[in-house]
Design a protein around this ligand. Structure first.
Ligand SMILES: Nc1ncnc2c1ncn2[C@@H]1O[C@H](COP(=O)(O)OP(=O)(O)OP(=O)(O)O)[C@@H](O)[C@H]1O
Length: 272
């Protein structure tokens, strides 16, 4: 039976994704994943390397269709690209030949907005992420953190209902990363968009999310645990990692994730 078509922003029902390997064999990346994400919640997805986290996000973005099962967005079966979502990748996708302003305006231009209107909206967002004075620069003239801010402005300016973030901060140094996490939370708390945030880092997942979803080791990855994060908001990310409740949650989730990481490591050794 299909799940209720309630107000879940994202609803995967027994979503399976198989790929064909270069050797021509079938490979099941994720198997019968059922997951509902309620509107306005921040959900982090963790799991061992290669377990299918990006595949799950790509199915939600409509970049790839499930081999079987369904993906619904606000109750509607997803066909093609998910127009209600914006995607932020690990490597930002800024165009090197465009200025910061024009990069930030890109999503609106693609959606058919007039260039001057798109630029005006983009300029507002650049101000909000602290990049107002850098609007005329080119991406190569920015630091990693600044480039990330452009990517955030670029996705936020189109006012998506859903943000899909695939390890967006993993390439940043620890301090910049913490700043960006704080900025993301403050933007999110004033907008309450639905966020699916993929990360390798369990600490980052707990610090940011309302719920942490743990995927099992590949192949045929599935959901092995869902953990509500009952830490109060707003959260002070500078200190949260020493909060006793944080430490408790970390221990509980890590005991599940650790098993999957070990399985994944063992399997990859046998494949090598
Ligand atoms: N287009 C594709 N063709 C064949 N196999 C693919 C394709 N895309 C992903 N895979 C395989 O599916 C599995 C899951 O990949 P995915 O990128 O979703 O994992 P991940 O958990 O995001 O990985 P990582 O933690 O390393 O970022 C991997 O074994 C990968 O090689």
């Amino acid at each position: 039976m299909e799940p209720d078509k309630g107000t879940a922003a994202v609803s995967l029902h027994r979503a399976t994704k198989c790929f064909t390997t270069p050797a021509g064999k079938d490979y099941t990346a994720v198997h019968e994943i059922t997951l509902e994400v309620q509107e306005g919640t921040f959900v982090a997805i963790v799991g061992p390397s290669g377990c299918g986290k990006s595949t799950l996000l790509n199915m939600t973005a409509g970049l790839t269709a499930p081999t079987s099962g369904t993906v619904r967005i606000y109750g509607q079966p997803l066909r093609g690209i998910n127009r209600r979502a914006a995607y932020i990748f690990q490597q930002d996708a800024l165009l090197p030949w465009k200025t910061v302003l024009d990069n930030a305006a890109l999503g609106l231009v693609f959606r058919g907005r007039r260039t001057d209107e798109a630029r005006e909206a983009a300029r507002e967002w650049l101000e909000r992420v602290g990049l107002g004075p850098f609007a005329d620069r080119y991406p190569f003239q920015l630091s990693g953190g600044m480039r990330k801010r452009v990517a955030i402005a670029q996705s936020w300016v189109v006012n998506p209902d859903i943000l899909l973030m695939d390890e967006p901060f993993s390439a940043l140094d620890v301090q910049t990363r913490q700043m960006m996490e704080s900025e993301l939370l403050s933007l999110w708390s004033s907008s309450r968009k639905t966020v699916l945030f993929v990360t390798h880092d369990l600490e980052e997942a707990i610090a940011l999310a309302d719920e942490v979803v743990v995927l099992s080791a590949a192949p045929a990855s599935r959901v092995v645990g869902r953990f509500p994060v009952d830490l109060s908001r707003p959260r002070n990310l500078m200190d949260i990692r020493t909060d006793p409740r944080f430490v408790d949650l970390y221990r509980t989730i890590w005991s599940i994730l650790r098993e999957e990481v070990l399985k994944s490591y063992e399997r990859s050794r046998h494949m090598a």
